[in-house]
Design a protein around this ligand. Structure first.
Ligand code: NIG
Ligand code: FE
Length: 395
């Protein structure tokens, strides 16, 4: 067993309220921690640090928990810059472009899918992300959904079956047949590679009863529920998520008072995706109403080629601070501990004894620089399970 002392930390945001200044950020100054076998063994003031086998000097940098990006669609082929350009010229976002990506993804080889996901993951690591959830949903046939999840499972244990993303074109005249496929054969083929079941519960995707069927089938197959909902308009997604005790309901740009009441009574986290609202030029969610109601909020990228071709959690934090009026501390907690809660994990998203030694060291004296210097590469080092992640951008 080898213990490494990480020291010379100007500001340590543990995201554990019982540590440091006992704020939600659990801030410590002139701090240090010890990692042993990939886990945090001790956290405190540098001057109190016990002996360790090795020592890493962080030169006064601020350190934050590695970002937990709890909502991505990382395995796909192609790109949709023309659609983005049209949107910026005034076209609305409807989700209609999903089938463009489905066509490209079906045509791509598994090696191509793997290479694209790996390139995007390298960008994520470079910007401080240490855990990433990955959804399927750009295959929408049995073989491609399964291939996507096989690739996703090579990169993460947080994989999600989203065969119910939209009804693919070839089933437009027979939704029921697609519902049977997605809750039957496709689910059976994909469940071994997935931890979560997801459904896009929205006008134009799946309605309430269809969504219930998808989630119930996934749960019966041993998967845990999460929901895409309330993105393009008011709808049943949020309340459905609470009824199923889903780990998270994601997007939530449109929430009614009743939705807020239901969410405040349940354990479902609301995952906000400001990069999707930015990239689709749609209305920003009311994060303040959620926080004021005591609802746990997570922030994630939603990385996908249509609504948010974004890999950077620091950019998401900056957007949340500017557009959601979250404080830099609230946004950092949502991007770390909040993401962990959205994956029902307590071993990540915090830097406390027993947690995974996943962290980002910033070229900055304070976590505030994540929002204060948007667009700049503020993250200088990413460490996962106590080992530095060396990011080599593939050719
Ligand atoms: O989370 N909302 C549904 N799905 C994705 C976008 C899919 C796309 O436009 O390709 C999302 O925003
Ligand atoms: Fe999504």
């Amino acid at each position: 067993m080898s213990a490494t002392l990480f020291t010379g930390i100007g500001e340590l945001a543990t995201c554990e309220p019982t540590l440091g200044d006992e704020s939600a950020l659990g801030l410590l100054h002139d701090a240090a921690f010890i990692a042993e076998d990939g886990r945090i063994a001790w956290v405190g003031r540098a001057s109190d640090a016990p002996a360790a086998d090795e020592r890493v000097e962080l030169g006064g940098r601020a350190v934050v928990p590695g970002f937990v990006d709890s909502h991505t669609h990382l395995v796909f082929a192609g790109e949709r810059s023309a659609e983005f350009g049209a949107r910026m010229a005034g076209e609305p976002y409807t989700g209609g472009g999903i089938m463009t990506t489905v066509a490209a993804t079906r045509a791509a080889s598994t090696d191509e899918l793997r290479a694209t996901a790996s390139r995007l993951l390298a960008e994520m690591h470079a910007s401080g992300t240490t855990t990433v959830e990955i959804k399927s949903g750009y295959g929408l046939d049995v073989a491609t959904e399964r291939r996507i999840l096989e690739v996703a499972s090579e990169f993460s244990s947080e994989t999600t079956f989203l065969g119910a993303h939209v009804v693919p074109a070839e089933y437009m005249d027979d939704r029921e047949a697609y519902l049977k496929l997605v809750t039957g054969e496709m689910l059976a083929e994909c469940a071994p590679f997935a931890r979560w079941i997801d459904v896009f519960c929205e006008d134009g995707a799946f309605d309430e009863l269809e969504s219930i069927r998808v989630i119930a089938a996934g749960v019966a197959a041993g998967l845990l529920p999460r929901v895409h909902g309330n993105q393009l308009g008011y709808g049943p997604g949020a309340q459905l998520a609470v009824e199923f005790d889903a780990a998270s309901v994601d997007h939530c740009s449109y929430l009614s008072e009743e939705d807020l009441d239901a969410l405040s009574l349940g354990d479902t986290v609301v995952t906000l995706l400001p990069a999707a609202e930015f990239s689709t030029r749609s209305r920003y969610a009311d994060a303040r109403a959620l926080l004021d109601a005591g609802i746990t909020v997570a922030l994630a990228t939603d990385c996908n080629p249509g609504s948010a071709f974004v890999t950077s959690m620091p950019f998401v934090v900056a957007l949340a601070v500017r557009e959601y009026r979250m404080t830099p501390a609230e946004a950092l907690v949502a991007a770390t501990r909040g993401g962990a809660a959205a994956l029902r994990r307590t071993d990540i998203g915090r830097l406390a004894p027993g947690c995974s030694a996943d962290f980002a060291a910033l070229d900055a004296p304070s976590h505030v620089h994540l929002a204060y210097r948007p667009g700049s590469p503020v993250v200088s080092q990413t460490w996962r399970e106590g080992i530095r992640v060396i990011v080599a951008r593939p050719e």
